[in-house]
Design a protein around this ligand. Structure first.
Ligand SMILES: [Zn+2]
Length: 435
């Protein structure tokens, strides 16, 4: 049988649909491919633009109307019921530097394939739609080049002002607006009924428990800081130790203190990290006058997070005295321990049973675009297993069987959403799609 790009997903057997997904995913994974088998597609780079163009081409070839909003989110629309809102499915194509090919991109392509399958079944009269379906690549979920993370979905949910986001610069001074050249192409603003996203777990809970699908029912809470340590330049040799105000020494003590906070609360309840460092003047014979770095704290217990923040404050005071520096910290991004709508978790549980996929409830430690979307519409978040829990690494991987099972699962969820099973009659208008 010769199947062209427009043919309905429902004409394919599960094996044929799975093989097509894997073929498309292999093609997408070649864009920005790194020597170690991962990808390097930071937001707004040439590789990111190439992946976005590939996505737009895929959407067009598969019968979607392609639109871009004012913060560079790339949408594909399939309209069945004019005037009705859309069930939105998506994730992100951008990556961390030298990252894996699954993080985000898997969910974008799975969304496209699931939506195409549903549209095929609508065309065959197999499904009676109550709402329409749209898919999205959210701009700059990773936040590695332009901070904060989850930028496209933050602007789309009204948490970050559009003009503020467009003016944010990378380390070289390039603005988001320059990197993106966004332009609104919606004739009528996009109205959303529900959102669903599938992503790799990036942990090892599913793999360890032998489950194929994670039904995400809540998020870990997070506090993210930008920390600046102010000291004074001096000679690395000639200045006596008692006279030094070493900013890098203060930063180093903070890195250690943040790590050791995790030993001061119940085991496993707190994750902390410092993962960047800028030092001035960064010269071999000069004591650093300044150091700047990020600091993340995350917990599945808001009381633990609050305690960690309090202990951190004590550590800052101690380190300021020890290193004879001043420490300035700015809270750049935070979110609480929040639930996904229980009705959505119930719908996904029923869908996993119907698809015959072993599933269990799970919390997400990482932030996702769904973390934003769940605050404006009833939202479903799903995981597939990550091999050994490896992520933000070229070795990040999932099995073909799990990748295909996730697409089947998302298509079953999308079918139910398009039939209106989770729609409460309300519509959220994405502000980035207005004028
Ligand atoms: Zn991601």
């Amino acid at each position: 049988m010769n199947i062209d790009a427009h043919s309905a997903g429902s004409e394919l057997t599960a094996d044929e649909a799975g093989a097509r997904f894997l073929r498309d995913f292999a093609a997408l994974s070649m864009i920005g491919r790194s020597a170690g088998g991962g990808v390097d597609r930071e937001a707004g780079t040439i590789a990111d633009h190439e992946s976005r163009a590939w996505w737009a081409g895929w959407l067009e070839a598969n019968g979607f109307d392609v639109r871009m909003d004012r913060i560079g989110n790339v949408f594909g629309l399939r309209t069945f019921v004019p005037g009705a809102p859309y069930v939105l499915l998506g994730s992100h194509l951008d990556s961390q530097p030298l990252a894996g090919r699954f993080d985000g991109a898997y969910g974008v392509l799975a969304a496209g394939h699931a939506a195409r399958t549903v549209a095929g079944r609508v065309a065959m009269g197999d499904i009676t739609p109550a709402v329409n379906v749209a898919v999205v690549d959210w701009f700059n979920e990773e936040g590695s080049r332009f901070s904060p993370s989850m930028m496209g979905s933050s602007v789309a949910t009204g948490k970050l002002a559009l003009e503020e986001a467009l003016a944010i610069t990378d380390a070289t001074g390039t603005t988001v607006a320059d990197a993106l050249k966004p332009d609104a192409t919606f004739e009528t603003p996009l109205e959303v009924a529900n959102y669903a996203e599938i992503h790799i777990e990036q942990g090892r809970i599913l793999e360890d428990s032998g489950k194929t699908i994670g039904l995400v029912d809540g998020t870990w809470a997070a506090s993210k800081y930008l920390v600046r340590v102010h000291g004074d330049q001096a000679h690395t040799g000639a200045t006596i130790m008692a006279d030094r105000h070493d900013a890098l020494y203060g930063a180093a003590l903070t890195v250690v203190a943040a790590r050791e906070l995790t030993d001061r609360v119940t085991a496993g309840k707190l994750h902390t990290a410092v993962s960047t460092m800028q030092v001035l003047p960064n010269s071999p014979v000069t004591i650093a006058r300044f150091a700047e770095f990020n600091l993340d704290l995350r917990s599945d217990d808001e009381d633990v997070l609050e305690e960690a923040n309090r202990l951190l404050q004590e550590e800052f005071a101690r380190i300021e005295k020890t290193a004879r520096v001043t420490i300035e910290r700015t809270l750049t991004h935070e979110w609480g321990l929040r639930s996904y709508t229980p009705a959505g978790v119930a719908l996904a549980t029923t869908a996993a049973d119907a698809a015959g996929l072993p599933a269990s409830r799970i919390l997400t430690v990482a932030g996702h675009d769904s973390t934003n979307m769940k605050d404006v519409v009833p939202t479903i978040m799903l995981f597939i297993p990550s091999i050994e829990g490896i992520s933000h690494n070229e070795k990040e991987d999932s099995t073909d069987a799990d990748a295909m099972a996730g697409v089947t699962m998302l298509a079953e969820v999308a079918r139910r959403l398009v039939q209106g099973e989770l729609w409460n009659g309300e519509r959220y208008v994405l502000p980035t799609t207005e004028g």
